[in-house]
Design a binder for this molecule. Structure first.
Ligand code: ADP
Ligand code: MG
Length: 619
């Protein structure tokens, strides 16, 4: 029996600071706006005393609720708590990250007056679910009868466990995750789709992705529809937020100098000014000067601050130069001259900054930059094209397009002396299967440990442990006699499975490393999905409470306005008029005191108010 479910293909760019979703419809990509009319949604989740907020709503209240507003979740995905970067990021975050069992990070928040803990996958799932909902609203689909096939993007340097974590987050969000693809590949696909010629001829493309918190530069080779990442480099702490920070420091100094006030000791003032700086920076991409005006910034005083584009560029020049330096480094890694780059593609919201564009153009001796697709949408655009392809939708050109990714880091096994024995070298095209023979290093060894590492260093202690397993019951023999066939298999999602088979003992024993540690168990995913459903139900309850209260409030104001009308008040008996006015006043003060009352209460008050106000309608 065939399924009657309708299939929709969507692509999601799950960004560190902003996320973006596209859907495939009528042979093209449609980037979808959120409930605020914006094409990108902050990757932000917040918990309050009465509700959960996602995206714009969460970011907007971050100033007031810093410890329960979670951002930068992507920086925690698939990482250990003890990871150096987690430890240094933790110091900068206003929210609390603790160590769970198995060295996993957990985020602790206060929600509805209780302490709640979330793993990073759960929080990313909340964002993904929001993006899914944005797509569903556009498609106006009945959720029961559709399957949402999704492609989610990750940075090219994401390792196996970071990719798995992203896939798990997608599962929790109720998406049918078809594939995880690299962000630069997705952006290149977007342009490839727009200008199909470049899919046919061989081209070298440089992707310059300057986002909110990270900078990534990659060189891709595209040949006959095959996209290959040749090299990728960047800085995980360089992006729009650093430019905001420079502006912030500049203004704090200016206020100190001109107004003799030091606002740096007031976290609220700093946070307000920081938000204003982000807007000012965005304005400076289009105007040569702008004004920052934050009402009651400090000591209830308003400060009107001016900044020119030239000054902004000067404040950030070293950061822009660092980006250009990394472009040169990426070309070196790819062993390419800049003249062999055919196309330079801009990705990421921060590439809207004119100075960045100009410096990059100069670096490539005046080469025109590709900016036909909005830089903050290119990744979601390409992911959507890929989702369509994998769902069997789209034209022949798309169906013919092959996406070939490479392993960003070498993979291998720890051998004697803690040496990394590489099985799959870095930059190997995936999917791939690599076989290698291993043996024992001691006489009569019956047990052998296999430890799988990822990284470029010679010693495994300097690399990243992905998982380990043990082969036991080996027939005792002199060292180097037993033989083990070790197989590394990487699928199209970049997800790795390692197995080993003991050849010498004759017993066909095969063990597969499923990397349990990095990936969530199915039971845990199930539990998290249940939790997510509960949270969703709570959100829905909250929405209904709001709606009932707001309907009551709107009605009360409507009646209040009606009572300003002389022809109405004069037609009413005096006692009725006083009765109505009192009830309206009482209702309005009640809604003011009750931000989130029970639905039944709002409805019963509504009924009371309506019956008392009934004489107005009959006039
Ligand atoms: P991510 O890093 O999450 O992939 P984006 O690529 O969407 O995020 O980039 C977000 C960054 O782009 C933010 O810091 C934002 O302030 C910045 N940005 C957006 N529009 C502009 C603009 N017009 N000028 C300068 N920066 C911008
Ligand atoms: Mg991005």
């Amino acid at each position: 029996m065939a399924s009657s479910k309708k299939v929709h293909a969507i692509g999601i760019d799950l960004g560190t600071t902003y996320s973006c979703v596209g859907v495939w419809q009528n042979g093209h990509v449609e980037i979808i706006v959120n409930d605020q009319g914006k094409r990108i949604t902050p990757s932000c989740v917040a918990f309050t005393s009465d509700q959960r907020l996602i995206g714009e709503a969460a970011k907007n209240q971050a100033n007031r609720n810093p410890t329960n507003t979670i951002f930068d979740i992507k920086r925690l995905m698939g990482r250990r708590f003890s990871d150096q970067t987690v430890q240094s990021d933790r110091k900068l975050w206003p929210f609390n990250v603790i160590q769970d069992t198995g060295d996993k990070p957990k985020i602790v928040v206060q929600y509805k007056g209780e302490e709640k803990q979330f793993i990073p996958e759960e929080l990313s799932a909340i964002i993904l679910e929001k993006m899914k909902k944005i797509a569903e609203n556009f498609l106006e689909c009945n959720v029961q009868n559709v399957v949402i096939n999704a492609v989610i993007t990750v940075p090219a340097y994401f390792n196996d466990s970071q990719r798995r974590a992203t896939m798990d987050a997608g599962k929790i969000a109720g998406l049918n995750v078809m594939r995880i693809i690299d962000e630069p590949t997705a952006a290149a696909v977007a342009y490839g789709f727009e200008k199909l010629t470049y899919v046919r001829e061989e081209k070298n493309v440089l992707l310059f992705d300057l986002g909110g918190g990270t900078f990534d530069v990659s060189v891709l080779n595209i040949n006959k529809g095959v996209f290959k990442v040749k090299a990728t480099t960047g800085d995980t702490h360089l992006g729009g937020e650093d430019f905001d920070n420079r502006l912030l420091i500049h203004f704090v100094e200016q206020i100190k100098r001109k107004h003799k006030k030091d606002i740096s000791d007031n976290p609220t003032s700093i946070r307000k000014l920081r938000s204003a700086c982000e807007r000012a920076k965005e304005n400076l991409s289009y105007y040569t000067s702008t004004t920052v005006d934050v009402p009651g910034l400090y000591d209830s005083t308003d400060f009107i601050l001016n900044i020119t584009q030239a000054r902004f560029e000067d404040l950030n020049m070293d950061l822009f130069e660092r980006c250009m330096g990394l472009v040169t480094k990426c070309l070196e890694d790819a062993r390419m001259e800049k003249t062999s780059i055919d196309i330079v593609v801009l990705v990421g919201g921060s590439t809207r900054i004119p100075k960045v564009q100009q410096m990059l153009e100069d670096l490539f001796d005046g080469k025109e930059l590709c900016k036909g697709i909005n830089p903050d949408e290119a990744v979601a655009y390409g992911a959507t094209v890929q989702a369509a392809k994998l769902s069997g939708q789209g034209n022949q050109e798309i169906l013919d397009m092959v996406l070939s990714d490479v392993t960003p880091l070498s993979l291998g096994i720890k051998v004697v002396g803690g040496v990394m024995s590489v099985v799959v070298p870095r930059n190997t095209v995936i999917p791939t299967i690599e076989l290698e023979e291993f043996t024992t290093d001691k006489d009569n060894q019956t047990v052998v440990d296999f430890e799988v590492f990822e990284g470029e260093r010679a010693q495994t202690k300097d690399n990243y442990l992905l998982g380990k397993f043990t082969l036991s019951g080996i027939t005792p023999a002199p060292r180097q006699v037993p033989k083990f066939d070790v197989c590394f298999e990487i699928d199209a999602n970049g997800i790795l499975n390692v197995s080993a088979q003991d050849r010498s003992s004759g017993q066909k024993k095969k063990i597969t490393v499923t990397n349990e540690e990095a990936s969530l168990s199915n039971d845990l995913i199930k539990k998290i999905i249940q939790d997510a459903e509960m949270y969703r139900a709570q959100d829905e309850e909250c929405r209904r409470k709001y709606e009932a209260r707001n309907t009551l409030e709107r009605y009360a104001y409507c009646m209040k306005n009606a009572m300003k009308n002389k022809s109405i008040t004069e037609a009413l008996p005096f006692a009725t008029k006083i009765g109505i006015e009192d009830e309206i006043k009482e209702t309005l003060s009640w809604v003011e005191d009750n931000a989130l009352p029970e639905v039944a209460e709002s409805i019963s008050r509504m009924d009371d108010l309506k019956s008392i106000c009934a004489p107005i309608d009959s006039i």
